[in-house]
Design a protein around this ligand. Sequence first.
Ligand code: ATP
Ligand code: MG
Length: 575
Amino acid sequence: MLTGPTPSGGEKILQKDDTEPSTHFIQNLIEEDLKTGKYEGRVHTRFPPEPNGYLHIGHAKSICLNFGLAKQYAGKCNLRFDDTNPSKEEDEYVKAIMEDVRWLGFDWEDRLYFSSDNFDQLYEYAIQLIKKGKAYVDELTPEQMREYRGTLTEPGQNSPYRDRAVEENLDLFERMRAGEFAEGERVLRAKIDMASANLKMRDPVMYRVLNAVHHRTGDKWCIYPMYDFTHGQSDSLEKITHSICTLEFEDHRPLYNWFLKELDIYCPQQIEFARLNLNYTLLSKRKLLQLVQEKHVNGWDDPRMPTLSGMRRRGYTPAAIRDFCERIGVAKSNSTIDFALLEHCVREDLNRTAPRVMAVVRPLKVVLENYPEGQVEELIAENNPNDPSAGSRKIPFSRVLYVEQDDFMEDPPKKFFRLGPGREVRLKHAYIIKCERVIKDENTGEVIELRCTYDVETKSGSSMETRKVKGTLHWVSAPHAQPAEMRLYSHLFLNENPADEKECLSSGLNSDSLEIIEKGFIEPFLQDAVGGDRFQFLRLGYFCVDNVDSRSGSPVFNRTVTLRDTWAKIAKKSG
Ligand code: ATP
Ligand code: MG
């Protein structure tokens, strides 16, 4: 398993190699084909989603691979919806998928295809196979078909309807199309080999009766081609050169090739690669749909979802996701990637681009007893030390501040370099302060206020700044700070491999995956932030303004990712 950064320096294995970029096996295959002129030097790939759900991070791997190869070899990549399964919500999914592919940074230009556009052609192909004696109409019940199919160790048996005459098959298929049969009463099957070691080759179903309205063809059809009788022909019609898919399609390949050969049409090369698996994460549209329908999450774009729309809302950047997809590579055997690697990529990108600001999640009031009442200073804060062009801003400082509750301990251990009775810390961009007294709630004993003094001679950035203390805290000025809702997320599942959870998805759910902070405080200027704006809240993590629940002047902040690696570095330096 690839692991994420650890304080012990495990981070190194994640760094991109500066040496020659290594090519993966699909690039090697393509380069070989380019050398031999197999497809007249063409590279034409496609990304073929079924519009039955929103795209997830696993799809991102496929998108980056297909569009990436097209770009690398000056080829083309199509977006094709494999929409053979009529369902009423498909239009919503089609729109969402197009938005997500564009957001990831890829462009199919004028090459948008729908398998359903090939329904007439596929019907013609079916007739051709019937005429060749390579397809027949069967009337076994679904249960009988299962019995006749055999098992991995036993061959199947021929259907008693297998040797119908061509004319009879043509007539029955025509009548299937005309709506004379109910669902399950008749199917069209390929006549291949009921004894094949590959179960997919045991006379697979090509067409079934489905009285369903299709999102594009409406009620024109009451028979629909199976995915397996559609996918390969769609690739063929689009003149795809390298048809890249995940490993579970390996034993479909002989079937796709059989159809194309029997139809005597152009044959792309299918190449299988290992799908992305991520720990603590489900990557199956069917199961993600279940999470949505059972309301374990607030929709497909819930920031805890591994969907691209969820990640976008959470604050992940397209560049970080592309970087992740590049780092995990492309292989032939399945493995599981550590979620920490994805978070590492997100941090690396945001570290470069997100302005650093101050906010307090759980406020503790601090009163500076020696700071003049009514005085307000404007302090200068740089926006990003990694990017001087990001400039600086002014932040107000006054007698009453908020710091983080976690940054105070009444009886701290020696290495707690934050506030405690009699201890000093630096306030970022401001002064060194000292905790003089603690005020508690009379009834509960809870610490409700710290009485501190500040040292006027320690102003950050001034020539007087000579004295050093170990801890630096973030803060906001109480009379100037704006209240804001903040949402802190963690893994949706407790189980490292939630796909193991057999029947009941909800049993493995982490009940603490969302913590809502109703009233944190932000620097005044942040109240004008808009959906999608990303910031580093110093010491707290990266946050993104929620693009659904934020209102003008009242942003809601999603925590994108914590700053864990920064802390690891600090631990390393001081250790
Ligand atoms: P799901 O199981 O989530 O429904 P799927 O494979 O049925 O996934 P499709 O819409 O058919 O979803 O997938 C479109 C493309 O994305 C296919 O080429 C598929 O192989 C690829 N893909 C899907 N999941 C992954 C994954 N986890 N890793 C890499 N590629 C994936
Ligand atoms: Mg699928």
